[in-house]
Design a protein around this ligand. Sequence first.
Ligand SMILES: [Zn+2]
Ligand SMILES: [Zn+2]
Length: 83
Amino acid sequence: MIEQLSDFMEGIEEILKKEVEMAKLKCNKCGVVQDIPVHCGQPMIVTEINERTMLACRMGAACGITKELPKHCDQPMVVVEEG
Ligand SMILES: [Zn+2]
Ligand SMILES: [Zn+2]
């Protein structure tokens, strides 16, 4: 049971890494694309907190910083994956 959980967590870690590398922020109104903000020297993780999309520092609890998505054209930017 514990081993399965640990495999699961490692899988999540891999998914997060991929998402962080590929994710960008885009303004739906004007189409501008920006990089995910950096904290503690690494791109922040896009995550959901209380059903809201937020950015969190990759250091997790060691840093504890979360941010709302930046705004552009007076509306929150959306996360897109650039491939
Ligand atoms: Zn940080
Ligand atoms: Zn815009």
